[in-house]
Ligand binder design. Structure first.
Ligand code: 4AD
Ligand code: MG
Length: 431
């Protein structure tokens, strides 16, 4: 039996006869020759079958092959400069594993709802495959970056008894006799872990019952949440920009083909370099006011505000020190100006909005307790979290990187729904 080779590695087998297992992506035929576009998950290759070189039966089978039929094909690997993969196959035999009938996603245009209903098949399309491949490479780059800096991965729970990011979008569920919520963020648990390991990160799904239908919001999204003991806001911000620069460099280096398939203008990404610009919330409000927005100090930013601020820069921009009243209960007030907190949101360029939210955390037990009261949080549910301020409390900081928005930005996508294999959106739980 011939060696089975993945398409990605065909270039190492030029001149040899090998087998490829895959699916028929597309087909063209001239009567004497059939051109089979085959995908195997690692790439696409064209197999050329010439009528005079194979059995009549094989040629007939290839001529009748339908889109997404599964197959095993053998052939001689030839160098071909015109092909993206650099090779093509001169087909010798074909074995149809399953002949497919009426594959729903045809090369014609389909509407978004139709494609979303067929997401389980849509992910086979070159563009979707490329986006999800880039997503996987971004994850790989983030892990490599953090692992190299002695962060330990610690896994927080998914089912939680209390809120981390406010109670408005909590996803309620039942935990036997108790109320429970799907996690909004692993942060509080990461703070506990940072006191055990120094530097930690979590990477997992987080849930927010967002009632708004926007191109940036998912109900279920994945977050990378580093947390660092003995670390100030300032130090955390530097790690954030280094992380983003590392991820961009990794994707540019390892996903050239995928970026081309999604049509990304990579020049914009190639210009990303640290240090990223920083402005204060105060300055951001002043800019927005000058540009005619009806916004006053103390208001939160909406998508149009973020887009306008981000448009002033080619780089991602940190907006620092938001009003204390706007932000989560755990953020540490600026000692010189307690009406603002030591936090930063990182806004991606090109209108992709906030990709990171981070802050220094309150390390004082009394202040944290006062915040529970102000935010009307049940102190008993958070007593374990208060313990962290009683037993060896230290200055500590952390942040959450939203994976899907990062993928949307790096791929240059209109909507986050394409950045995750099976998006959970408002009114969409299928497939
Ligand atoms: O700013 P957020 O709410 O911060 C936290 O959850 C902190 N506890 C993180 C931490 O400090 N450990 O969310 C962090 C990031 C946002 O910047 C955004 O990129 C993403 O998560 N995000 C969403 N992405 C998609 N859909 C949603 N509904 C999102 N909500 C937040
Ligand atoms: Mg935020």
């Amino acid at each position: 039996m011939l060696e089975t080779v993945s398409v990605r590695h065909l270039g190492q087998h030029i001149g040899n006869e090998v087998a490829v297992n895959g699916w028929l992506h597309a087909k063209r035929s001239s009567g004497k020759i059939v051109f089979l576009q085959i995908r195997d998950g690692t790439g696409f290759v064209q197999a050329v079958m010439v009528r005079s070189e194979v059995s009549a039966e094989t040629f007939a089978e290839a001529s009748a092959l339908t889109q997404e039929s599964s197959l095993r094909i053998t052939g001689i690997v030839k160098a071909d400069d015109r092909a993206h993969s650099g090779v093509e196959m001169q087909a010798t035999t074909l074995m149809v594993v399953q002949a497919t009938h009426d594959y729903p996603i045809t090369p014609k245009e389909h509407g978004v709802d139709f494609l979303m209903d067929h997401r389980h098949l849509w992910i086979r399309a070159p563009r979707q495959r490329s986006i999800l491949k880039i997503r996987a490479e971004i994850i790989r780059a983030v892990r490599a970056f953090l692992d190299a800096r002695e962060f330990t991965q610690v896994d927080p729970p998914i089912l939680t008894p209390s809120a981390c990011e406010g109670t408005t979008n909590l996803f309620h569920t039942q935990y036997f006799e108790e109320d429970a919520y799907l996690t909004q963020s692993g942060q509080l648990y990461m703070e506990a872990a940072a006191m055990a390991f120094g530097r930690v990160y979590s990477f997992g799904p987080t849930f927010r019952a967002e009632k708004s239908k926007t191109r940036r919001h998912l109900i279920e999204f994945w977050m990378i949440e580093p947390e660092m003991a003995f670390t100030t806001h300032e130090e955390s911000v530097q790690i954030q920009e280094e992380l983003i620069a590392h991820v961009i460099a990794h994707v540019l280096r390892h996903c050239e083909q995928e970026l081309r398939t999604v049509g990304r203008d990579t020049e914009k990404l190639a210009r990303i370099a640290t240090p990223f610009p920083r402005i204060s919330y105060d300055e951001a409000v002043a800019i927005l006011q000058r540009n005619g927005h009806e916004i006053t100090w103390g208001d939160d930013f909406g998508a149009p505000h973020e887009t306008e601020i981000a448009a002033l820069y080619e780089q991602p921009v940190f907006v620092e020190r938001y009003p204390t009243a706007l932000k989560a209960f755990y953020m540490k007030p600026d000692p010189d100006r307690p009406e603002v907190v030591l936090c930063a949101d990182l806004l991606a360029p090109e209108g992709y909005g906030e990709i990171i939210g981070g802050s220094q955390r309150i390390d004082d037990a009394d202040l944290l307790f006062a915040r529970f009261e102000e935010h009307q949080l049940p102190a008993d549910a958070y007593s374990w979290y208060l313990d962290l301020r009683k037993y060896g409390s230290v200055p500590h900081s952390g942040f959450g990187l939203g994976l899907e928005r990062t993928v949307a930005w790096i791929c240059g996508l209109e909507h986050v729904r394409e950045t995750i294999p099976f998006p959970r959106l408002l009114y969409r739980l299928y497939p």
